[in-house]
Design a protein around this ligand. Sequence first.
Ligand code: B12
Length: 214
Amino acid sequence: MNILDIKKALNAGDITEAAKLTQAALDGSVDVKKILDTLIEGMDEIGQKFKKNEIFIPEVMISAKAMHAALKILEPHLSKSGIKPVGKVGIGTVKGDLHDIGKNLVAMMFRGAGFEIVDLGIDVPIEKFIDTAKHKDVNIIAISSLLTTSMGAMKDVIGGLRKQGLLRRVKTMVGGAPVTQDFATLIGADGYAEDASSAVDKARELLGLLKSKK
Ligand code: B12
């Protein structure tokens, strides 16, 4: 088999094929890290296409599902081979807000880029974000808001994290349709991104995995 076919399966959103090819690569003794890198590259390409409006949410969702199917097969081998996730992100939609499509998309792209995700769900109380930062060993707390009425709670989450001294070791990211860079700066968030693939770039930048584009 050609390992690049895995990328094609991701692009086509072919869940069965992505899983089958990942298993075939493992059976053919292809290095686990190489398989993972190929998958991540594939998902990055999908993220770029999404950014350029060449593909849309349904395609990204289905490709992300194919990625999940491949990662599920790879997961036990990854832990055996000692490859560490590139970072750990606690993500949730802020208190008062039930929108989760964008948040899920961001979480999927993070997973695709090799991050471990703690998905806190929707309508997440401030204390739950703080608890996650305290006890779950995350590098980033990512907060989503789709309502102008729930945006203020993002500030409270960041304020709560600051009060507890957690901002020394945890970075914060905010996003969602009504959120802007100006708002993010105003509430003291470390990062803002307008879409899921930029969110991955920003997280890499915050963790020093990518040089700042500034
Ligand atoms: C789908 C939807 C719903 C669904 C949600 C289903 C679900 N499971 O999510 C339902 C029907 C439940 C719903 C309910 C409501 N909704 Co609604 N909803 C929408 C709608 C149409 C689409 C949102 C969406 O999923 N977009 C697609 C995703 C992919 O985009 P996204 O969320 O923006 O995410 C991207 C980026 O923002 C970013 N991002 C998102 N999160 C994060 C986080 C981080 C850390 C980062 C870096 C980036 C990032 O990356 C994502 C991917 O690229 C929007 C309209 C719109 N155009 O936004 C209204 C909208 C958000 N809703 C609105 C309203 C008013 C409501 C209700 C109050 C309606 C009502 N009267 O009951 C309720 C509120 C319920 C609640 N308490 O939350 C308003 C908000 C207005 C405002 N300014 O506050 C909007 C804008 C519609 C409108 N024009 O009036 N809604």
